[in-house]
Design a protein around this ligand. Structure first.
Ligand SMILES: O=P(O)(O)OC[C@H]1O[C@H](OP(=O)(O)OP(=O)(O)O)[C@H](O)[C@@H]1O
Ligand SMILES: Nc1ncnc2[nH]cnc12
Ligand SMILES: [Mg+2]
Length: 175
């Protein structure tokens, strides 16, 4: 019998700091069957969704966002850390566990009214995903769905994004 997606995820306790159970996606994507399960699984979550573009946050959002955009026949828009995008951008600050970060998107990447799906590897507190939503909305885009390979339900990212359609392939009950 073939392996399930969750069996490809390796969990590393106490990385990058004590108390964190790190859910690693490199063990998923280094195996062709794991990569296929993850990418096909994400594409399947949007098979009935009407949308125009995929937005993916740097850096793990690129790994899954681009193949899902390719499979679904859409363009891919990167959300990048401040200072990396070469043309005119809008930016959004967001909270990390300690301190703040800032991300940007090209202003010409989304036209008002365009329907956007956000793709990332994992939702924890939802802070990164919320920053991506705010960037899309600053440009007049509409977030119609947010999809993740993994969700750490105990960190309640879903509550932060309660006005949005959030789906994940694997849900961990804790953090
Ligand atoms: O829901 P949150 O609490 O915001 O956490 C989830 C985010 O954290 C990780 O990214 P990270 O910022 O570590 O950067 P990376 O993708 O470049 O590894 C992960 O890839 C998600 O994007
Ligand atoms: N527990 C975790 N494992 C992997 N990536 C993460 N990003 C935020 N929390 C994480
Ligand atoms: Mg990330």
């Amino acid at each position: 019998m073939s392996k399930k997606l969750e069996e490809y995820v390796v969990t590393i306790p106490d990385f990058p700091e004590p108390g964190i159970m790190f859910r690693d996606i490199t063990s998923v994507i280094q195996d062709p069957d794991g990569l296929k399960l993850a990418v096909d699984g994400l594409a399947n979550l949007v098979k009935d969704t009407d949308f125009d573009l995929i937005v993916g946050p740097e850096s793990r959002g690129f790994i899954f966002g681009v193949p899902v955009a390719y499979l679904t026949g859409k363009g891919f828009i990167p959300v990048r850390k401040k200072g990396k995008l070469p043309r005119e951008t809008v930016s959004q600050k967001y909270d990390l566990e300690y301190g703040q970060a800032e991300v940007e998107i090209h202003v010409d990447a989304i036209k008002p009214g365009q329907k956007v799906v956000i793709v990332d590897d994992l939702i924890a507190t939802g802070g990164s995903a919320e920053a991506a939503v705010k960037l899309v909305e600053q440009l007049g885009g509409k977030v119609v769905k947010m999809i993740f390979v993994m969700e750490l339900a105990g960190l309640k990212g879903r509550e932060k994004l309660k006005d949005y359609d959030v789906e994940s392939l694997i849900v961990y009950e804790g953090k």
